[in-house]
Design a protein around this ligand. Structure first.
Ligand SMILES: [Zn+2]
Length: 335
């Protein structure tokens, strides 16, 4: 009898060990969304955001923007673009699905039309607050009031620009995070837009030139910090011999839509003005800065700009050739 129960203990013991091992193996998969939210939760222990993983599909960004713009003048319907995206991210745990989330967005609009306020749903939720702050840091200057050059009419809409002007070809795909190696293995923390050498490059948003000149990875590059200091845009691999529009220097202010330089293929060399052996392309980066210690080094936060570039393609600058440089015409001016 004792012998029998001993055998049972051994048998169930082995099952128990197998189940524990299985749970241990599955844990990283099952707990992934929790891990991600935990990163967000650090916001509570410290007072600034440490990490942002931007995953909103273009279709969702575009639709939320349209609802915001359509109801902009309404006294009763307040549809905030950034808060709508934060609402979805909180609801889906940052696992976006264009079809599902467009549906959720429509439902949200219906509820707001019935008198709900967007903060009524998750207003007190710490993840919602995190997403609002993160998306606000990305989109602060994208949408707002502006006037077009030569007009007094105040309009509301997308006012940041696509980096490639109207009439110039480019192609792209989502290459954020792809592995690259030069010197040491590193991930691709930007977005590449293939194009022709000499294509004018447009400042997506206004800001101050924080860096300009040669960098052994980016080649001829330019870094522009937004006026609110929350974002930094990085444009790299610019044209050999004449990368920038004449006269640009560190500390200069540029405005959204301004031509800043030309597409090229420089970089990956300690020797200045060297071309790489790849196809000409603009490397574009967007960095978020919640604290100055995130400006440079291991704490940098770069986000995937692929979906954002698709969104920006609805606002491309017109350029004309003017002596040695291109310049933009008919730009929107922020109010
Ligand atoms: Zn790149």
């Amino acid at each position: 009898m004792f012998y029998d129960s001993d055998k049972n203990i051994r048998k169930y013991g082995i099952y128990a060990i197998l189940v524990i091992m299985l749970l241990y193996l599955l844990y990283p998969i099952c707990a992934f969304p929790i891990h991600e939210q935990a990163r967000a939760a650090r916001l509570n222990n410290d007072n600034y955001i440490k990490w942002v993983d931007f995953r909103v599909p273009y279709e969702v960004i575009r639709k939320a923007y349209e609802y915001d713009a359509i109801h902009h003048k309404s006294k009763y319907i307040k549809f905030d673009f950034v808060k709508a995206l934060a609402y979805l991210a909180t609801k889906n745990g940052n696992r976006f699905n264009a079809t599902k989330d467009l549906n959720e967005l429509n439902k949200l609009l219906e509820m707001i039309k019935k008198g709900k306020n967007i903060d009524d749903f998750y207003g007190q939720n710490k993840y919602y607050q995190y997403y609002v702050e993160a998306y606000q840091a990305i989109f602060a200057e994208f949408i707002g009031e502006y006037v077009e050059e030569g007009s007094n009419e105040i309009k509301y809409g997308l006012k940041n620009y696509h980096p490639i002007p109207r009439g110039f070809w480019y192609s792209h795909y989502d290459d954020f995070g792809a592995s690259r190696s030069y010197g040491y293995k590193r991930r691709h923390l930007g977005h590449d837009l293939m194009g022709s050498i000499g294509t004018p490059i447009i400042a997506i948003e206004g800001g101050t030139i924080a860096e300009i000149g040669w960098n052994k990875y980016g080649g001829w590059r330019i870094g522009i910090r937004s006026f609110d200091k929350k974002r930094s845009y990085y444009y790299a691999h610019m044209r050999k011999d004449r990368p920038y529009v004449q006269g640009l220097k560190k500390g200069d202010k540029v405005y959204a839509g301004q031509v800043i330089g030309y597409l090229g293929v420089t970089g990956y060399s300690n020797k200045e003005n060297t071309n790489m052996g790849t196809k000409p392309h603009l490397h574009l980066g967007m960095q978020l800065i919640f604290n100055e210690e995130q400006v440079q080094g291991p704490k940098e936060i770069w986000i995937d700009m692929y979906q954002i570039c698709k969104f920006l393609s609805h606002n491309r600058a017109d350029v004309i050739k003017d002596k040695n440089d291109y310049r933009s015409v008919g730009l929107k001016k922020s109010l």
